[in-house]
Design a protein around this ligand. Structure first.
Ligand code: ADP
Length: 291
């Protein structure tokens, strides 16, 4: 089983030719609500990739809460540890212009009310094979979960920010993308950044978009995992799909290189379809693409 302690957001996306200035009103041409949040996305990715998955987090008591709960449950995620708290759900308010440029306001809402996993949450987390964390909950909550969990901790350091020593000391595997790895280490070269990350945590994967990924551990040589060549239409949540699938493959005891190939294959399938959770492949789809 995989546990995810993280964020659930509703993306509210307005598409418009003209982005309004202050005091201005414009007419846009489309609107979409897309359930997301890195935590919820990783939970959906893990469940679709074939693992029993539990999401620990919070939504608000607004109209979006039930939609997010249903999206998780519909993907097969256990939502028994999903709390409903008074006030707004986590929201990403996004304006996309005709050139594809965007401006985004993120409101943490319910995610921002989480200060730590409860004892009941930890009881579930400690029955799983791995705990997946990201940085869309308050840092104190992420640190508390990492330190108190007795199972391997996988951290996606996004959105990137300073990582407290007490967090790094409790992380087993860190999975930044290229930009996050550079921000954390101050090193633009992925191979150099990988070495620096391994001074901080025992294992690291740097994802490199269409270039694949680079894995390293404190012992043994680094592994380069090529991306599966595909025509990408939407790379939203490629990283979350990669992490969810990687956790599943590792929990099943697959050898490192196979686990990484499984993750890269799942991520490659996701970039060929639009959307975040809607684009994540199922286990049979991943197996078919691997065969
Ligand atoms: P993030 O979405 O966090 O920025 P990346 O862009 O590095 O992360 O993508 C994560 C993984 O998704 C990559 O390691 C790769 O396996 C896969 N991926 C991303 N973009 C592509 C692409 N254009 N073609 C094939 N695979 C891709």
């Amino acid at each position: 089983m995989i546990s995810v302690f993280g964020s659930a957001n509703m993306d509210l996306v307005a598409y418009t030719a003209v982005v309004p200035g202050r005091g201005e009103t414009v007419t846009g041409h489309a609107f979409r609500t897309i359930p997301g949040g890195k935590g919820a996305n990783q939970a959906v990715a893990a469940a679709r990739a074939g693992a029993a998955t539990c999401f620990v987090g919070a939504v608000g008591d607004d109209a979006f809460g039930p939609v997010m709960r249903d999206t998780l449950a519909g993907a097969g995620v256990d939502v028994s540890r999903l709390r409903v708290v008074p006030g707004s759900s986590g929201i990403a308010h996004i304006v996309v212009d005709d050139d594809g440029g965007n401006s985004i306001i993120v409101i943490p809402g319910a995610n921002g009310t989480i200060t730590a996993p409860s004892d009941e949450d930890l009881a579930v987390i400690d029955r799983s094979d791995a705990l997946l964390l990201q940085l869309e909950l308050p840092m104190e909550a992420v640190v508390a979960a990492a330190r108190r969990a007795r199972v391997p901790v996988v951290l996606t350091p996004a959105p990137v920010q300073d990582l407290p020593r007490e967090l790094l000391g409790a992380v087993d595997l860190i999975v930044p993308n290229e930009h996050e790895a550079a921000a954390i280490t101050g090193l633009a070269d992925p191979e150099e950044a990988l070495k620096a990350l391994l001074d901080l945590v025992p294992e690291a994967v740097i994802t490199l978009g269409a270039e694949g990924a680079l894995y390293g551990a404190r012992t043994g040589r680094p592994l380069r995992v090529p991306a599966v060549p595909v025509r990408a239409v939407d790379t939203t949540a490629a990283g979350d799909t990669f992490v969810g699938a990687l956790a599943v493959a590792r929990a099943e005891g697959r050898p490192q290189e196979q686990a990484l190939r499984f993750a890269a294959t799942a991520a490659a399938l996701s970039v060929q379809r639009p959307g975040a959770s809607t684009s994540m492949p199922t286990r049979p789809e991943i197996e078919a693409a691997l065969a």
